[in-house]
Design a binder for this molecule. Structure first.
Ligand SMILES: Cc1cc2nc3c(=O)[nH]c(=O)nc-3n(C[C@H](O)[C@H](O)[C@H](O)COP(=O)(O)O)c2cc1C
Length: 146
């Protein structure tokens, strides 16, 4: 089992509609390929964790890198793992579009900010820590509830 994490820059300003669009379309593909993970979106950036078999993770990442909806794709990590962190979720969507909320302010303090936006980390453990923090925040919206 492998886990790949990357970060990228969105071509358009992101909102729930676009994230939902990607995820709705991905659901069947991911299920079929045994892929799980998380797609985190801010107004301008994506951070995605992809877990699954080596070939499937590789293949999906190649497809995603050719997607014109984002650019400046930076690979953060590609590791052999014992077990999934996001089992049972398919691809979970997390959105941070309300940049002034108290939670986002706290995250900016912890992880840093750039041009007023939460800066998405470029390190494996920080990326996972951020997603963990987000999952602990009870009233943060996720796409399944939208
Ligand atoms: C940020 C981002 C994340 C994506 N994540 C996934 C994903 O997890 N699974 C998936 O199948 N497609 C994902 N896509 C879409 C793929 O790039 C591609 O459009 C899609 O897999 C094509 O599916 P189709 O061949 O069924 O049309 C993502 C696209 C973007 C921009």
């Amino acid at each position: 089992m492998y886990r790949l994490i990357y970060k990228s820059e969105s071509v358009d300003i992101l909102d729930w509609e676009q994230v939902r669009d990607i995820l709705n379309h991905s659901e069947q593909n991911n299920e079929h390929a045994g892929i799980t993970g998380t797609l985190l979106a801010t107004e301008h950036h994506f951070l995605q964790v992809i877990e699954g078999k080596y070939e499937e993770v590789n293949k999906l990442f190649m497809t995603i890198t050719h997607d014109l909806r984002h650019t400046n794709i930076q690979l953060i990590s590609f590791d052999l793992i014992d077990s999934r962190l996001f089992a049972g979720w398919g691809m979970k969507g997390l959105g941070l579009f309300d940049v002034n909320s108290e939670q986002v302010q706290a995250l900016k303090q912890k992880y840093g900010s750039r041009l007023g936006e939460l800066e998405l980390p470029l390190e494996n453990w920080q990326a996972l820590s951020l997603i963990n923090d987000l999952n602990m925040m009870k009233d943060l919206p996720d796409w399944k509830r939208h």
